[in-house]
Design a protein around this ligand. Sequence first.
Ligand code: ATP
Length: 659
Amino acid sequence: MATTAVAEVDKTAHPFDKANLEALLSRRFFYAPAFEIYGGVAGLYDYGPPGSSLQANIISEWRKHFIIRDHMLEVDTTVMTPAPVFEASGHVARFADWMVKDTKTGEVLRADHLVKNVLEARLAGNLEARALDGQPEVAKAAALTKKKKDEQKNAPVKLSDEVASQYEVILAKLDDYSGTELGELCRTHEIENPATGNGVSEPQQFNLMFASSIGPTGQHPGYLRPETAQGHFLNFNRLLEFNNGRIPFASAQIGRSFRNEISPRAGLLRVREFTMAEIEHYVDPEDKRHEHFHEVRNVVLSLLDRDTQYAGSTVPKKLRIGDAVNKGIVANETLGYFLVRIYEFLIKVGINPMRLRFRQHMANEMAHYAADCWDAEIHNSYGWTECVGCADRAAYDLSVHSTRTGQALLVRQALKEPIVTEKETPEFNKKAIGKTFGKDAAAILKTVEGLDEVGLLKLKGELAQGTAVITVGEGQEFPLTSEMLKIERKTFKQSIREFVPNVIEPSFGIGRILYSLLEHSYWARKEDVDRGVLSLPSLVAPTKVLIVPLSAKEEFDPLIREVSSKFRKAGIFARVDDSNTSIGKRYARNDELGTPFGVTLDFASLQNKTMTLRERDTMMQLIGPIDDVIKVVTELVEGDIDWAEARRRLPVYEGVQAV
Ligand SMILES: Nc1ncnc2c1ncn2[C@@H]1O[C@H](COP(=O)(O)OP(=O)(O)OP(=O)(O)O)[C@@H](O)[C@H]1O
């Protein structure tokens, strides 16, 4: 790829302005509250045309990056799920968050979020108060008065070093607290509802699943799924057969999930209906190596491991994944492989690598059965946000469904070398035992069968002497003779190995990634803070090329049709903007939509068959014959060349620059 330097655009002239971004996203209908004209419902959003295209492009890349590249088996399973499935999986008992109620207004708040918001605000106030300490009295008084006016209750208060560091440790370990501990924290640190200043109740559990019933009788309870995973597990036997009985393999699914979140207030980051993309990778519990691990071994990731968090720090380690696995920081190669693949995917769709880290779950935070778990967290204006979870769930899921249904969910592997074992084996004369001991016979057989090798050898020795006494239950003794029982050393040959595979699960929330990407892509032009740009990569940009005719005259129509059709044939999604407004306004609108390229058709185009090509971020324009420009744009969009190479291929346009 070309390396000719291209003038860098200053994207940091204005600090990030969330209100401006939100106005842009609403104006251009990326997404909007659902049922808005009915007053809206918290946590439910509709995506408009650019938001839908952006989401579809992210998903399309996800399919290529994971399903196609790693040969995964795609499934599409139902949302509505009968209750026994979630009883077995543990969701009915445990898929819950802790909530507290405002003691006076009854407002419901998520307990861990309340603790987080209050302690973070106190720490911010502490920093501010300390900064003010160094200032002259007049400035200090003015700042305090302003602050008081802004937020009566949150005037900056100085904390002792001890309290501030206590708060930091609590925040670092927040996901690790039980409900009782959260209640304790609220009491000890006098945490109140910031909106009202009222105290809060003891935390109570709230199950996040939407309950329903299947069929007209109401006798078959069901739930809207809160994740897509169970649908994969229940089809395990079919998937294994589809994969010719071999593991490792992975299933993948993109679909909707539903969670009745307690108080969703973070836009797309916490919603009640969302799109997930989940992978379940089935692996031999005794061999969690990954055949492609060598390809990613040297990739360096930011890893915030468990021990660092217990020490109250949030500074991640920069480690090569190969070293992290060798040191046991990441549990195994397969988990490590997926962490890198997740990283590569997020960077490819446009997440800023400097604002991406992997955080390991702490002991209480992790499900009891999980062997290890890491979240890909992306930094945005809400702080570090989990966008992808990646867990080694051991054999839990397949085992619980197998126990509940009585259906074996396991792998049978023909062993290359049969395993030959010898062991002492009891052979009973059941008739003789029954005749002698009557109703106690069954308990005697069970006791002997339960003996280990040492116990059986002891019994064998006693039988050789004549009689062996076996103790059953609470100390009842029964004499056995060699007529009733023989113990012999036998050889066993095992040529099939049976095992329940372990599952490594990367689980993506598409909406969280999409929103973080919008924040990372947004900036405002130096000359005008209101001229927002979304620097979305071509790969995911809703529209790749804007075709802008300079005149509305009919004589342009055939050329517009020709250019459109050529882009279509090249597989490039282009749109014509022939609205009756200035070219500058048309480009500004498309900068907001994240359209990376624009081509302008003017009178020269009619005469000379040329057109100009504009790059969104730099606003630089090149010119060339129509077919050459289309070829360059196609290669740009497909990522085969960069803008520096485009500049080498096409001369800079010297005419009036349309900005
Ligand atoms: N309410 C939600 N709104 C949007 N995305 C969500 C929501 N809950 C979960 N996700 C997405 O699904 C992914 C996997 O879900 P998982 O069960 O691991 O999340 P979680 O740990 O329950 O999230 P959180 O602790 O933030 O509630 C998350 O990484 C996230 O991207």
